[in-house]
Design a protein around this ligand. Sequence first.
Ligand code: CA
Length: 225
Amino acid sequence: MSKILLVEDDKDVISVVRDWLAMEQHLVDVVEDGKTALEQLAISEYDLVILDWGLPLLSGIEVLQQYRGRGGSTPILMLTGKGEVQEKAAGLDHGADDYLTKPFHMLELSARLRALLRRASGQTSNVLKIGALELDHDTHYVVHAGEQVVLPPREFALLEFLMRHPNQVFSAEALLERVWHSEADIAPETVRACVKRLRKKLSMEADNSMIQTLHGVGYRLSAPQ
Ligand code: CA
C-alpha cells in the first residue's frame, strides 16, 4: 500500500484511477489544479505522484519544475496527451520518472506505479525480507519464522511501510500521515493499538520485538541483532 497524490482535472480519469488504486489498497488524494498540487506536496508526504500535463492554474510541467526545484524527490509519473512526443521528452528532462500517454489501460498504470515504487524503495521485487519476517506485497502473504500470518489490510500496510523503511524511526503522527489517510479523524493511540496487534500476531514480545517502541520518539523495525 502506498500513498499517492493524483493531480488531474478530468473527472472521468479521476474517477477511474481513484477507484482502481483504492481497489489495489492504495491511499489516494486528488487535487485538480497545479497550484493546489504544489501546496499539497508542501504539506503532505507521498510515495508517488501521478501528474497530468494539462492542468488549470499551473501546468504539469510547471508543477514538476517547481517541485523538483525546491528539492522534492517523490517519484512522478506524468500523464500526457496523445502523440505529445516533445512534451514527453521535456517532462523527462525536468525530472519526471516515467510517463504514460492517454488513453491508457489501468493495468499498465499499475505496472508502471509498481516499478516506480520498487525503484524508489531500492527493492528489486515486491517481496520484502527482514530477519525471519517475509512479506509479499502482491499476494498479501506474510510469513514469520516459517509460519504464515494473516493480517487485515491496515496491519499489513503498517508492517509493509516499516519493512520498506527499516531502521528508521517514525513518530505515531508520521505513521498516521503515511499509512492512514491524512484527513482521517484518528489519534496516535490508533497507531499504538495497531502496533500492539501486529506484535501479538507476529508472536513478538514487546521487549524482544523487531518492531521497537522508542518511548517519546516513535517506532522502528529492525532485524534482530
Ligand atoms: Ca488535463
